[in-house]
Ligand binder design. Sequence first.
Ligand SMILES: C[S@@+](CC[C@H](N)C(=O)[O-])C[C@H]1O[C@@H](n2cnc3c(N)ncnc32)[C@H](O)[C@@H]1O
Length: 265
Amino acid sequence: MRYVITNYDETERRRLEALAALLDPFTFQQLQQIGIQPGWRCIEIGAGLGTVSQWMAEQLGGEGEVICTDLQTDFILDIDHPLIRSEKLDITQPLSGSDQFDLAVVRATHHHIPDRDAAARNLVKAVRPGGHLLYVEPDLHPAFCDDHPVWKRFWQALFQWGERLDIDYYTGRRVPAQLASIGMDIVSVRGETVLFNGSEASNVARDLYCMTLDVVLPHLLEKGFLSRSDGDEVYSLLDNPEVWLMSFCFFATHARKPAGAVSSE
Ligand SMILES: C[S@@+](CC[C@H](N)C(=O)[O-])C[C@H]1O[C@@H](n2cnc3c(N)ncnc32)[C@H](O)[C@@H]1O
């Protein structure tokens, strides 16, 4: 299984910190509505830095377990919490055991996985009947509607680049139908997006997009999807406090496995 990021270094750690800072509040709100109960067994897929796993572990009231997993474990193996076990896991491969989790969470990961259907089926199988699934995945539509032509061209270039790598930047809108098609009950679907500017003051969206641009711009230039002058202008826009820019929308899909579901094993 390949993943687009290959350097798990301090730069990538900082990018994941910015991603978590942007998405944690919305994710935690959704998890609060699900209502994590003491004693639950939870799993996080593609955990990155594991901020969601750590928050879930704090909700367990001292009993239960969170399995914090990722394809690469450099950033999660040193999490020190009595209820968290960190493991390497590729979600395109079947998990060992079925019907074992009360709650499974996937955030900003599903859109990177070429075989999203296999990944979703593997995870659904691992959730117990009556158990919960939360997917928080991006959808590019607000950014495509931005007023600024260069910002729009940047996202169009990213979209083209992603298509070649089987990254689906419209995954957010597609998750509910995908989960329903494999027998899940959809409880709710909500989206959140930010409008941000280039001010210095603790602007996590701006920080995240600056770091993401550093990673993707060389690829967009090399493939001819974006011109050098547009690339330079995107950096200027991200530094301009007078320009407000549209971002991704992240859709949170909360689904439940029907109580009477019978495992195919
Ligand atoms: C953009 S990061 C998101 C990290 C974290 N979920 C967050 O939202 O802060 C995507 C993560 O998915 C992981 N990943 C990619 N493909 C995967 C796969 N097939 N199975 C499990 N994790 C995968 C990557 O290693 C990376 O940590």
